[in-house]
Design a protein around this ligand. Sequence first.
Ligand SMILES: [Zn+2]
Length: 236
Amino acid sequence: MQEALKKLCELQEIDSEVSEFKRKLTEIPEKKRISEEKIKKIDGEVQELKEILKNKELQRDAHERDIQQTRMNLSKHKTQLLSAKTNKEYSTLLKEIEWEEKSVERAEEETIMNIMEVEKFPKELEEKKKELEDTIKRETKEMKNLAKQKNDLEKEIKKKRLERENIASHVSFSQLMTYERIRKGRGKAIAFVEGNMCTGCHTILPPQFISQIRGKNKIYTCEECGRILVWHEDVK
Ligand SMILES: [Zn+2]
Protein backbone atom coordinates (compact mmCIF):
# COMPACT_ATOMS: atom_id res chain seq x y z
CA MET A 1 0.00 0.00 0.00
CA GLN A 2 2.87 2.33 0.77
CA GLU A 3 4.05 2.06 -2.84
CA ALA A 4 0.54 2.79 -4.17
CA LEU A 5 0.21 5.87 -1.95
CA LYS A 6 3.59 7.08 -3.13
CA LYS A 7 2.51 6.70 -6.74
CA LEU A 8 -0.76 8.51 -6.08
CA CYS A 9 1.24 11.38 -4.54
CA GLU A 10 3.36 11.47 -7.69
CA LEU A 11 0.19 11.56 -9.76
CA GLN A 12 -1.07 14.49 -7.73
CA GLU A 13 2.21 16.29 -8.25
CA ILE A 14 1.97 15.83 -12.02
CA ASP A 15 -1.71 16.77 -12.08
CA SER A 16 -0.93 20.01 -10.23
CA GLU A 17 1.82 20.82 -12.69
CA VAL A 18 -0.43 20.09 -15.67
CA SER A 19 -3.19 22.28 -14.19
CA GLU A 20 -0.70 25.11 -13.84
CA PHE A 21 0.48 24.65 -17.44
CA LYS A 22 -3.11 24.63 -18.65
CA ARG A 23 -3.86 27.78 -16.66
CA LYS A 24 -0.91 29.51 -18.32
CA LEU A 25 -2.12 28.29 -21.71
CA THR A 26 -5.54 29.87 -21.21
CA GLU A 27 -3.90 33.24 -20.49
CA ILE A 28 -2.10 33.32 -23.84
CA PRO A 29 -5.01 34.31 -26.15
CA GLU A 30 -5.81 37.28 -23.90
CA LYS A 31 -2.15 38.39 -23.89
CA LYS A 32 -2.09 38.09 -27.68
CA ARG A 33 -5.28 40.14 -27.92
CA ILE A 34 -3.74 42.90 -25.76
CA SER A 35 -0.69 43.03 -28.07
CA GLU A 36 -2.88 43.27 -31.17
CA GLU A 37 -4.98 45.94 -29.46
CA LYS A 38 -1.90 48.08 -28.73
CA ILE A 39 -0.93 48.07 -32.42
CA LYS A 40 -4.50 48.75 -33.54
CA LYS A 41 -4.83 51.72 -31.17
CA ILE A 42 -1.71 53.54 -32.43
CA ASP A 43 -2.51 52.66 -36.03
CA GLY A 44 -5.90 54.30 -35.48
CA GLU A 45 -4.18 57.42 -34.12
CA VAL A 46 -1.91 57.56 -37.18
CA GLN A 47 -4.90 57.30 -39.52
CA GLU A 48 -6.69 60.02 -37.53
CA LEU A 49 -3.71 62.39 -37.80
CA LYS A 50 -3.45 61.72 -41.54
CA GLU A 51 -7.12 62.58 -41.88
CA ILE A 52 -6.77 65.80 -39.85
CA LEU A 53 -3.72 66.82 -41.89
CA LYS A 54 -5.52 66.18 -45.15
CA ASN A 55 -8.52 68.25 -44.04
CA LYS A 56 -6.34 71.11 -42.83
CA GLU A 57 -4.53 71.16 -46.18
CA LEU A 58 -7.83 71.19 -48.06
CA GLN A 59 -9.08 74.04 -45.84
CA ARG A 60 -5.86 75.96 -46.42
CA ASP A 61 -6.11 75.53 -50.19
CA ALA A 62 -9.77 76.59 -50.26
CA HIS A 63 -8.91 79.60 -48.14
CA GLU A 64 -6.12 80.59 -50.54
CA ARG A 65 -8.51 80.29 -53.47
CA ASP A 66 -10.97 82.58 -51.65
CA ILE A 67 -8.29 85.24 -51.14
CA GLN A 68 -7.30 84.95 -54.78
CA GLN A 69 -10.91 85.48 -55.79
CA THR A 70 -11.33 88.50 -53.51
CA ARG A 71 -8.10 90.02 -54.86
CA MET A 72 -9.39 89.63 -58.42
CA ASN A 73 -12.72 91.27 -57.48
CA LEU A 74 -10.82 94.05 -55.81
CA SER A 75 -8.72 94.87 -58.88
CA LYS A 76 -11.81 94.63 -61.13
CA HIS A 77 -13.71 97.05 -58.88
CA LYS A 78 -10.75 99.45 -58.77
CA THR A 79 -10.74 99.57 -62.58
CA GLN A 80 -14.51 100.08 -62.62
CA LEU A 81 -14.14 102.91 -60.13
CA LEU A 82 -12.13 104.88 -62.68
CA SER A 83 -15.00 104.78 -65.16
CA ALA A 84 -17.90 105.24 -62.74
CA LYS A 85 -20.69 107.25 -64.37
CA THR A 86 -22.74 108.34 -61.32
CA ASN A 87 -22.06 109.28 -57.74
CA LYS A 88 -24.18 106.38 -56.56
CA GLU A 89 -22.22 103.93 -58.68
CA TYR A 90 -18.99 105.44 -57.39
CA SER A 91 -19.91 105.24 -53.72
CA THR A 92 -21.23 101.68 -54.07
CA LEU A 93 -17.98 100.56 -55.68
CA LEU A 94 -15.96 102.39 -53.06
CA LYS A 95 -17.83 100.56 -50.30
CA GLU A 96 -17.20 97.24 -52.04
CA ILE A 97 -13.51 98.02 -52.41
CA GLU A 98 -13.24 98.98 -48.78
CA TRP A 99 -14.90 95.77 -47.69
CA GLU A 100 -12.74 93.66 -50.02
CA GLU A 101 -9.52 95.27 -48.82
CA LYS A 102 -10.46 94.56 -45.21
CA SER A 103 -11.44 91.05 -46.08
CA VAL A 104 -8.14 90.34 -47.89
CA GLU A 105 -6.22 91.74 -44.95
CA ARG A 106 -8.16 89.57 -42.48
CA ALA A 107 -7.84 86.51 -44.72
CA GLU A 108 -4.08 86.94 -44.98
CA GLU A 109 -3.76 86.99 -41.20
CA GLU A 110 -5.84 83.84 -41.03
CA THR A 111 -3.67 82.23 -43.69
CA ILE A 112 -0.55 82.73 -41.62
CA MET A 113 -2.25 81.10 -38.65
CA ASN A 114 -3.51 78.30 -40.84
CA ILE A 115 -0.07 77.61 -42.24
CA MET A 116 1.40 77.51 -38.74
CA GLU A 117 -1.26 75.07 -37.64
CA VAL A 118 -0.88 72.83 -40.68
CA GLU A 119 2.90 72.81 -40.27
CA LYS A 120 2.84 71.22 -36.82
CA PHE A 121 0.88 68.17 -38.05
CA PRO A 122 3.51 66.51 -40.27
CA LYS A 123 5.92 66.46 -37.31
CA GLU A 124 3.26 65.01 -35.02
CA LEU A 125 2.37 62.48 -37.71
CA GLU A 126 6.01 61.43 -38.14
CA GLU A 127 6.38 60.93 -34.40
CA LYS A 128 3.21 58.85 -34.31
CA LYS A 129 4.37 56.74 -37.26
CA LYS A 130 7.63 56.09 -35.45
CA GLU A 131 5.70 55.08 -32.35
CA LEU A 132 3.62 52.71 -34.47
CA GLU A 133 6.74 51.19 -36.00
CA ASP A 134 8.28 50.64 -32.54
CA THR A 135 5.04 49.20 -31.19
CA ILE A 136 4.71 46.77 -34.10
CA LYS A 137 8.31 45.67 -33.58
CA ARG A 138 7.86 45.22 -29.83
CA GLU A 139 4.45 43.54 -29.96
CA THR A 140 5.41 41.23 -32.83
CA LYS A 141 8.30 40.05 -30.72
CA GLU A 142 5.93 39.59 -27.77
CA MET A 143 3.49 37.59 -29.91
CA LYS A 144 6.29 35.38 -31.23
CA ASN A 145 7.29 34.84 -27.63
CA LEU A 146 3.72 33.90 -26.73
CA ALA A 147 3.55 31.44 -29.62
CA LYS A 148 6.75 29.84 -28.35
CA GLN A 149 5.38 29.70 -24.80
CA LYS A 150 2.24 28.03 -26.11
CA ASN A 151 4.27 25.50 -28.02
CA ASP A 152 6.49 24.77 -25.00
CA LEU A 153 3.52 24.39 -22.67
CA GLU A 154 1.78 22.00 -25.04
CA LYS A 155 4.94 19.95 -25.34
CA GLU A 156 5.35 19.91 -21.57
CA ILE A 157 1.73 18.81 -21.07
CA LYS A 158 2.23 15.98 -23.56
CA LYS A 159 5.38 14.90 -21.75
CA LYS A 160 3.62 15.00 -18.38
CA ARG A 161 0.77 12.91 -19.80
CA LEU A 162 3.19 10.16 -20.74
CA GLU A 163 4.82 10.34 -17.31
CA ARG A 164 1.39 10.16 -15.76
CA GLU A 165 0.41 7.09 -17.78
CA ASN A 166 3.57 5.38 -16.64
CA ILE A 167 2.90 6.16 -12.97
CA ALA A 168 -0.77 5.25 -13.25
CA SER A 169 0.20 1.82 -14.57
CA HIS A 170 1.72 1.11 -11.14
CA VAL A 171 -1.53 1.58 -9.20
CA SER A 172 -4.57 -0.65 -9.35
CA PHE A 173 -7.61 0.33 -11.37
CA SER A 174 -9.79 0.77 -8.27
CA GLN A 175 -7.16 2.96 -6.54
CA LEU A 176 -6.90 5.08 -9.66
CA MET A 177 -10.68 5.40 -9.87
CA THR A 178 -10.84 6.45 -6.21
CA TYR A 179 -8.14 9.03 -6.86
CA GLU A 180 -9.90 10.37 -9.97
CA ARG A 181 -13.31 10.51 -8.29
CA ILE A 182 -12.03 12.55 -5.33
CA ARG A 183 -9.92 14.77 -7.59
CA LYS A 184 -12.97 15.57 -9.70
CA GLY A 185 -14.94 16.70 -6.65
CA ARG A 186 -12.15 18.26 -4.58
CA GLY A 187 -9.52 19.48 -7.01
CA LYS A 188 -6.85 17.57 -5.11
CA ALA A 189 -7.40 13.94 -4.12
CA ILE A 190 -4.67 13.63 -1.51
CA ALA A 191 -4.36 15.53 1.75
CA PHE A 192 -1.42 15.19 4.08
CA VAL A 193 -1.70 14.59 7.77
CA GLU A 194 0.47 16.98 9.74
CA GLY A 195 0.44 16.82 13.53
CA ASN A 196 -3.11 15.70 14.16
CA MET A 197 -4.70 17.56 11.31
CA CYS A 198 -5.91 16.88 7.76
CA THR A 199 -4.25 19.68 5.77
CA GLY A 200 -7.01 19.44 3.16
CA CYS A 201 -9.80 20.66 5.44
CA HIS A 202 -8.04 21.37 8.79
CA THR A 203 -10.09 18.79 10.64
CA ILE A 204 -8.50 17.33 13.78
CA LEU A 205 -8.17 13.57 13.41
CA PRO A 206 -8.38 11.07 16.36
CA PRO A 207 -4.96 9.64 17.42
CA GLN A 208 -6.20 6.09 16.80
CA PHE A 209 -7.07 7.00 13.20
CA ILE A 210 -3.68 8.66 12.68
CA SER A 211 -1.84 5.50 13.75
CA GLN A 212 -3.98 3.55 11.29
CA ILE A 213 -3.00 5.98 8.52
CA ARG A 214 0.65 5.65 9.51
CA GLY A 215 0.23 1.87 9.41
CA LYS A 216 -0.49 2.17 5.65
CA ASN A 217 -2.38 -1.11 5.49
CA LYS A 218 -5.12 0.39 3.35
CA ILE A 219 -6.21 3.68 1.85
CA TYR A 220 -7.90 5.90 4.44
CA THR A 221 -9.96 8.95 3.53
CA CYS A 222 -10.83 12.00 5.60
CA GLU A 223 -14.37 11.83 6.93
CA GLU A 224 -14.77 15.57 6.51
CA CYS A 225 -13.33 16.30 3.04
CA GLY A 226 -13.15 12.81 1.59
CA ARG A 227 -9.51 13.09 0.52
CA ILE A 228 -7.02 10.24 0.68
CA LEU A 229 -4.91 10.77 3.79
CA VAL A 230 -1.14 10.41 3.64
CA TRP A 231 1.19 10.81 6.62
CA HIS A 232 3.35 13.83 5.70
CA GLU A 233 6.70 12.11 6.36
CA ASP A 234 5.82 9.30 3.96
CA VAL A 235 6.24 11.48 0.90
CA LYS A 236 9.63 12.91 1.77
ZN1 LIG B 1 -9.95 16.47 5.32
